[in-house]
Design a protein around this ligand. Structure first.
Ligand code: CA
Length: 227
């Protein structure tokens, strides 16, 4: 999943980013409300973790504005104070959940999981193409009923492909969604991961599902593309 963290305290931002990356998420970090609001509107995130006290624009304002612009991405609001008033204001501004600092990373993770689960339930329960299935709830992947074990990054890549079937996905797009905005699209990391994923989900099965379009990127399809 792709997550935006808007947090001006560098230490906290890095701590959250590192932990979420270890869980296999792509994480962008923004240091202030203006930049964070901008990123939330131009990129397609699955979750936004938004600090309340931010330079330039506070979290309440950012949340209100992105909701006014029709962005329904779940928002988890962070704040230094655990006051009922702050909580109510946050929820009124359109936040979905609330966490007071300091927090244990395990608690943040549990809330992130709950919000992402809610999000994927409203999207599609099981993602599938041909006989390949991915269950975002249990993170189980099967092909022809056989369980396939994937690393967290391979899983994230496959989930992205399955959410965008039969669409040509450039390396830049894949990099932005599965890695993060600082990803270098010139590197061959994506090709390496696609190759691993292909070995696991296509080798020994028919039809092949991951196709390479030279000079364009990749496409997940149960029909071989024409070019
Ligand atoms: Ca802050």
């Amino acid at each position: 999943m792709k997550i935006l963290v808007v947090e001006d305290e560098e230490r906290v931002a890095q701590f959250i980013q590192k932990g979420l990356k270890e869980e296999g998420h792509a994480v962008d970090v923004s240091p202030d409300g203006e930049d964070g609001g901008f990123l939330a509107e131009v990129n397609d995130y699955d979750l936004i973790i938004l600090d309340l006290m931010l330079p330039k624009k506070n979290g309440l304002q950012v949340c209100k504005e992105i909701r006014e612009h029709g962005i329904i991405t779940p928002v988890l609001m962070l704040t230094a104070r655990d006051s009922v008033e702050d909580k109510v204001r946050g929820l009124d501004a359109g936040a979905d959940d609330y966490l007071a600092k300091p927090f244990a990373f395990e608690e943040l993770l549990a809330r992130v999981r709950a919000l992402l689960r809610r999000q994927s339930e409203t999207k599609t329960p099981t993602l599938k193409i041909a006989d390949l299935e991915l269950d975002p709830m249990s993170r189980q992947v099967t092909r022809s009923g056989q369980a396939i074990r994937l690393t967290t990054k391979e899983y994230a890549l496959l989930e992205y492909l399955l959410r965008n079937p039969k669409k040509v996905l450039s390396r830049t797009l894949i990099g932005e969604h599965v890695w993060d905005m600082n990803f270098d699209p010139e590197s061959n990391v994506i090709d390496v991961y696609v190759s691993h994923l292909r070995t696991k989900i296509d080798k020994g099965f028919e039809p092949a599902l991951i196709h390479t379009l030279r000079g364009q990127g990749y496409i997940l399809s149960d029909n071989a593309p024409l070019s």
